[in-house]
Design a protein around this ligand. Sequence first.
Ligand SMILES: NC(=O)c1ccc[n+]([C@@H]2O[C@H](COP(=O)([O-])OP(=O)(O)OC[C@H]3O[C@@H](n4cnc5c(N)ncnc54)[C@H](OP(=O)(O)O)[C@@H]3O)[C@@H](O)[C@H]2O)c1
Length: 227
Amino acid sequence: MPTALITGANRGIGLELTRAYAAEGYKVHACCRTPSQANELRDVEGDVTIHALEVTDHGAVDALATEIKEPIDVLIANAGVYGPGSEAQTFGSLDYGALRDTLETNLLGTVKTCEAFLPQVAQSGEKKMAAITSKMGSIADASGGSVIYRTSKAALNMAMAVAAPEAKRQGVAVAVLHPGWVQTDMGGPNGNIDAKTSAAGLKERIAGLKPADKAPFLAYDGQEIPW
Ligand SMILES: NC(=O)c1ccc[n+]([C@@H]2O[C@H](COP(=O)([O-])OP(=O)(O)OC[C@H]3O[C@@H](n4cnc5c(N)ncnc54)[C@H](OP(=O)(O)O)[C@@H]3O)[C@@H](O)[C@H]2O)c1
C-alpha cells in the first residue's frame, strides 16, 4: 500500500488531499496542529493516521520523521498562512514581525518538512515531493500588494528549485504547485474552484512528476507558471 504524508491536513486543501489519497487506498499520515479539534479529519474514511505537527517547531518535525519509520511515497508540504491584512503587507507600512512569522511557516516550516522526510521519500516506490506554493510567489507576476505572502512563497520556490537537483540524485521528484484560487478559509468564498477540484488536480500533477534538475512550477490544472 503506498503512503502519503500531508501537512495542514485538518482543513481546506490539505483536508481534501487527505480525502483524495485515502480514497485511492493510500495510507495517509495526516498532520495538523491540534488533532483534538480535527473533527472533519477524524471522519475521513480510509487508512488515515493523525499526527500533531506544528511545522515551525523543527524539533517536532525531526521527531515525527524519526517516529514514522516507513517509506513515504508522496510528501505534500501544504501547511501555510497568508499573513496579516493588506496594510501590513503594503510596502510603506510593512509589519516586519508578521513577515518573520509568515516566513517561519511558509518558508522555513515547509522546507524543513521536505528536508526531514527526504530520506523516507527516497526509500519509497513513488518518490514524489510537492510544496504547495502560490502563483503569487511568481516574480514574473509581482503585480503589487501582499508583499509578505508573495515574498514567503517566492523564497519557498527558490528553496525547492535548489532542492530539486539534490533530491534527483536520490531519485526523488520535486515540484512547487499552485492550487488555484480555492474556496477555503484562506482563499475566501469567492475563489474560482472548490478544494475538492484543487486537490484532484494537484494529485494528478503529483502523479506525473519525474525527478528533474529543474523543478516544475505548475498550477493544479497543469498550466506552467513562470518563476
Ligand atoms: N486557498 C487559496 O486560494 C490558495 C491559493 C494559493 C496557495 N494556497 C496555499 O495552499 C495551502 C493550503 O491553503 P488553504 O487554502 O487550504 O488554507 P487554510 O484553509 O487556511 O488552511 C491552512 C492549513 O495550514 C495549517 N497551518 C498553518 N500554519 C501552520 C503551522 N505553522 N504548522 C502546521 N500547520 C499550519 C492550518 O492549520 P490550523 O487549522 O491549525 O491553522 C490549516 O490546516 C497553503 O500553503 C496556501 O498558501 C492557497
